[in-house]
Unconditional design. Structure first.
Length: 433
């Protein structure tokens, strides 16, 4: 199959008052440019990834892009030869050298490639080893007691316990705990057994596999069906043990930046302030009246964690989409994301966990290299759809995950319960274009 790419760089001089010194402090960065590889003819999905290898003085010096637009924007004090490596979906690759032209409007060239129609199986990027935990709020028929649910799960797992409260006991096993916020749905006629299934600490692929085992057991081995309804939620805890104040600030800034985009990935009943158990962090009493830049600056200027926590969760309430109260109380070193609707569908569970772990990992790692002390914000008026595209391009960087959400976000039914719902009016269709 024929594929034609334009490989080149844009150029703009940096105004003298905005020029910054390089790492050694000897040269000013006078040139602003964008190195890119753009498909001008053919199917962009034939490209698996593009790697831009820059001069060794750049730290980092290599930038991998798994989603279009395939580009990296940088500033430098002089020209050099960059290496652009294109990995195709059939497993082949090509390498092109591009000499940066730092005057006029830059330089570009068009190259043709022949790529086979074969495609490697779409796979998600490896899940980071950062530990996580899940909480699934569900209901089952009144004919099935919680003891029966426990016994069913115990046959699939080593141990499951039923607890009368939400204490931290038995953190090594799965727990069934009561949840007063879960109500029986209308078609259950008030006769159901609500419960919350709380996982132990999970990690990487093995953790997702354990979650899959649990969910499959609920569907395949329990004699009564499990259901999710409008009163149920799916919460994810992501561990941040040992995180510095700078890293937590970076995470909070990133959350406020992308919360509107993440809203597009959940049911309309969970967006904005629609759910009192998962209120908007961006719209809380400390931040709603501020511009994007001012909200970022307020979070970045927090003198201590307690101040940061108050800015994100006013009054110490845990009922915000990003809940820091476990950190504040010392109960456990996790941040909790509370915004997803209830589900007993493993694909939704696994995809959401992957996205959130990638989100936290990206924020923390960027803070590690000093890139997000005061991260750039979106311009006022930027649409949630635009932010969603950037979330997958800059943060998540997982084509399979992006494709899953862009296809499922416009689904009109919930596969786990069969309950019709209007997730969206296909507002995500163009987000990855």
């Amino acid at each position: 199959m024929a594929l034609k790419l334009e490989i080149g760089n844009t150029y703009a001089p940096v105004p003298p008052e905005k020029q910054k010194y390089n790492r050694s402090g000897t040269m000013k960065k006078k040139h602003d440019w964008r190195l890119y590889a753009k498909v001008v003819q053919g199917d962009v999905n034939l490209i698996h990834q593009v790697t831009f290898q820059l001069h060794e003085t750049f730290q980092p010096s290599a930038f991998k892009k798994f989603l279009p637009p395939f580009e990296t924007r940088q500033q430098s004090y002089g020209p050099f030869t960059a290496r652009v490596s294109i990995g195709f979906a059939d497993g082949s690759s090509k390498h092109v050298e591009h000499v940066l032209v730092l005057h006029g409007d830059g330089a570009r060239s068009t190259l043709g490639f022949q790529v086979s129609g074969n495609r490697l199986p779409a796979v998600s990027r490896p899940l980071a080893t950062r530990p996580f935990g899940i909480e699934l709020e569900l209901t089952t028929s009144s004919q099935c007691s919680l003891d029966e649910v426990r016994n069913t799960l115990s046959r699939a797992l080593k141990q499951v316990v039923v607890q009368a409260d939400r204490s931290n006991r038995s953190s090594y096993c799965w727990k069934l705990v009561p949840d007063a916020s879960v109500q029986c749905s209308f078609d259950e006629r008030g006769a159901c057994n609500p419960f919350e299934l709380v996982s132990p600490k999970l990690c990487a692929g093995a953790g997702l596999s354990a979650a899959n085992t649990v969910i499959r057991a609920l569907h395949d081995q329990l004699r009564c069906s499990v259901r999710a309804n409008d009163s149920t939620g799916f919460h994810v805890h992501v561990e941040v043990e040992g995180a510095t104040l700078a890293q937590l600030k970076a995470l909070c800034c990133a959350w406020v930046k992308y919360e509107g985009a993440l809203d597009l990935l959940v049911d309309p009943s969970r967006r904005g302030d629609s759910n009192r158990y998962a209120l908007s962090t961006r719209r809380n009493s400390h931040l709603f009246h501020l511009s994007n830049d001012a909200a970022r600056d307020k979070l970045a200027s927090a003198a201590c964690f307690d101040e940061l926590c108050e800015l994100m969760n006013p009054g110490g309430s845990r009922y915000y989409k990003l809940n820091l109260q476990n950190l504040a109380s010392g109960r456990q070193p996790t941040v909790e994301v509370r915004m997803h609707e209830g589900t007993a569908d493993f694909q939704r569970v696994g995809s959401w966990v992957r996205l959130l772990v990638a989100f936290v990992e990206h924020a923390v790692s960027e803070a590690d290299v000093g890139m997000t002390a005061r991260p750039k914000t979106f311009a006022e008026g930027r649409t949630p759809q635009d932010k969603l595209a950037k979330l997958f391009e800059w943060v998540v960087k997982d084509r399979k995950l992006r494709d899953f959400y862009l296809s499922s976000a416009c689904s009109s039914s919930c596969p786990s319960s069969g309950v019709k719902r209007s997730r969206c009016e296909c507002e995500c269709d163009h987000a990855g274009a």
